[in-house]
Design a protein around this ligand. Structure first.
Ligand SMILES: [Zn+2]
Length: 518
């Protein structure tokens, strides 16, 4: 009995100690909610970033224009210390000027096509019967040496276009929330881990084939999209390194149209296509740039400490990068606008970063870390490492925030449970020990800082908008963006007001980072 009481007393002390780390100011939360809901700018910001300046492929004129616009907008909101900061060399920019493919025989069909980024142009308009090339291994293609010059090639086997019986968009249901809230079973491996090797092999084979086609001076390559219903998912086909060759012109075509062409060719139909692809490379300015904006801290003891929030501003090139990740940039900008315009006077400095080059491997955030925080390879640290309290990232589509991933940072759990409690009636509250990967909070964790990513409703991200031509403003839900801005504003503000910095995990080792990297 005595022992039990002792335990109870110890537990109470522990709870009090831990929850003392953050105190939630409900008056401030009410002000934040009112500002976010009644005076929202988040949709307008999204329209500028996506409709007007998108797409924002790293290194492209669109990226730079969008970045310059965000700096001006932040300044207009009173965040004077807003600027572009070079993070290192990215490479060359690239932009589509014209991408047209049509079937002109036996009947006319305009085709849904987008070029792979950083691939070359066709030699004007090319017309001809497409060559069907189905392959498993490199030798299947290599045997065609000497027959490919100027040809329109349909590359790859057809794929069954799945008919979707489930609705495209959804929110997390209670079961999914419960599952995500649970700690993974010890030793549980990521479902992606096993596939990485397979993906890598496929990528390498495709690269080798691409080089072969380029050497053979193929006219143009058409491959099918891995999404359905006219949705094109398209990434990089060529190199963004200045001085590399441009690569064979390569288009991704809707799976339904690709399959039609394949079936027609298999029936010996006299199919003829007309294709014209013109892309521009920009080689003169290879500098990469992030957007940085700051609300200075007001407590003389804590003003050197920094709470960071960010989202990547770059996008792929077929849509306008709305759910990935323009809307989330708009949300992060809106969060700092709310804090600034309510004149909340955070104790710590709040620093917003809109990253460049995320889609090419977190280049902007890694470049930032190298410049300010430490060396990700050797884990040698710079002075600023000590001053950063936390980094908050948003990049899982534009759905409503439902909670936060602790990234295995046990010590931060009570902080977020307290911070998110006032939002439980808005569906926010899951604090999971799990880690999520694939975006800019990762390098912060690798350098031993508490980097977090919010948990969001999936809406139609993975099956429709992620890296596709359907990643457009029409797939944003304004209410979700307003919700996200007010949650982030509150979390960031309260993190800037804590007595202590955010608790940290054990510093990772160089070996651990190597093992966990992609
Ligand atoms: Zn993204």
């Amino acid at each position: 009995m005595k022992l039990l009481v002792m335990k109870f007393v110890l537990l109470v002390i522990l709870v009090i100690n831990v929850s003392a780390q953050v105190e939630v100011d409900l008056n401030v939360i009410q002000k934040i909610k009112k500002k976010a809901i009644e005076n929202s700018k988040v949709m307008e910001t999204s329209i500028y970033i996506c409709d007007i300046y998108g797409p924002r492929l790293s290194g492209s004129p669109g990226y730079l224009k969008a970045a310059q616009w965000t700096v001006e907008q932040l300044k207009n909101w009173g965040i004077e210390k807003s600027y572009l900061e070079p993070w290192g060399t990215f490479g060359r920019g690239w932009q589509v000027e014209n991408a047209k493919a049509e079937m002109i025989k036996p009947v006319y069909m305009p085709m849904i096509v987008y070029p792979k980024s950083w691939t070359g142009s066709t030699n004007g308009v090319i017309t001809g019967k497409p060559m069907l090339i189905e392959y498993e291994i490199f030798e299947d293609v290599e045997k065609l040496k000497g027959t490919l010059e100027g040809k329109i090639v349909l590359l790859g086997k057809p794929r069954k276009a799945e008919i979707h019986f489930e609705p495209d968009a959804r929110r997390l249901d209670e079961n999914e929330i419960l599952e995500r809230a649970q700690s993974p079973f010890p030793g549980e491996k990521s479902p992606w881990a096993a596939k990485r090797g397979e993906w890598k092999k496929k990528r390498e084979l495709r690269k080798k084939i691409g080089k072969f086609f380029e050497d053979e001076k193929v006219g143009v390559i058409l491959e099918l999209s891995d999404r359905e219903h006219g949705t094109i998912r398209v990434h990089r086909g060529g190199s963004y390194n200045v001085g590399d060759s441009y690569g064979a012109p390569s288009l991704v075509v809707s799976v339904e149209q690709y399959n039609r062409l394949w079936r027609m060719l298999k029936k010996d139909t006299d199919v003829e296509l007309r294709v014209n692809v013109q892309n521009t490379f920009f080689e003169s300015d290879s500098l990469g740039r992030n957007v940085i904006a700051e609300i200075p801290g007001t407590d003389s003891r804590l003003e050197d400490e920094i709470v960071m929030l960010g989202a990547h501003l770059d996008s792929w090139h077929s849509g306008t990068g709305a759910t990935d990740n323009g809307a989330n940039c708009a949300v992060m900008m809106e969060a700092v606008r709310i804090i600034k315009q309510l004149n909340l006077k955070p104790k710590r400095t709040i620093r917003l970063c809109l990253w460049d080059g995320e889609e090419q491997g977190y280049k902007g955030s890694k470049g930032y870390i190298k410049k300010h925080i430490g060396n990700l390879e050797t884990l040698e640290l710079m002075e600023e490492h000590e001053n950063i309290s936390a980094y908050f990232n948003l990049d899982n589509g534009a759905g409503k925030i439902r909670g936060i991933y602790l990234q295995e940072n046990d010590a931060a759990r009570p902080v977020f449970e307290t911070m998110l409690k006032p939002f439980s009636d808005m569906g926010v509250g899951t604090v999971t020990i799990r880690k999520t990967t694939g975006t800019d909070h990762m390098p912060f964790n690798e350098i031993g800082l508490p980097g977090f990513q919010f948990m969001q409703d999936p809406i139609n991200y993975m099956n429709r908008t992620h890296h596709t031509n359907m990643d457009v403003v029409d797939n944003l839900i304004e209410g979700d963006l307003i919700h996200n801005a007010l949650v982030v504003a509150s979390v960031v503000y309260h993190a800037a007001m804590m007595d202590e910095k955010m608790p940290r995990k054990v510093m990772p080792t160089v070996e651990e980072n190597k093992k966990n990297s992609w």
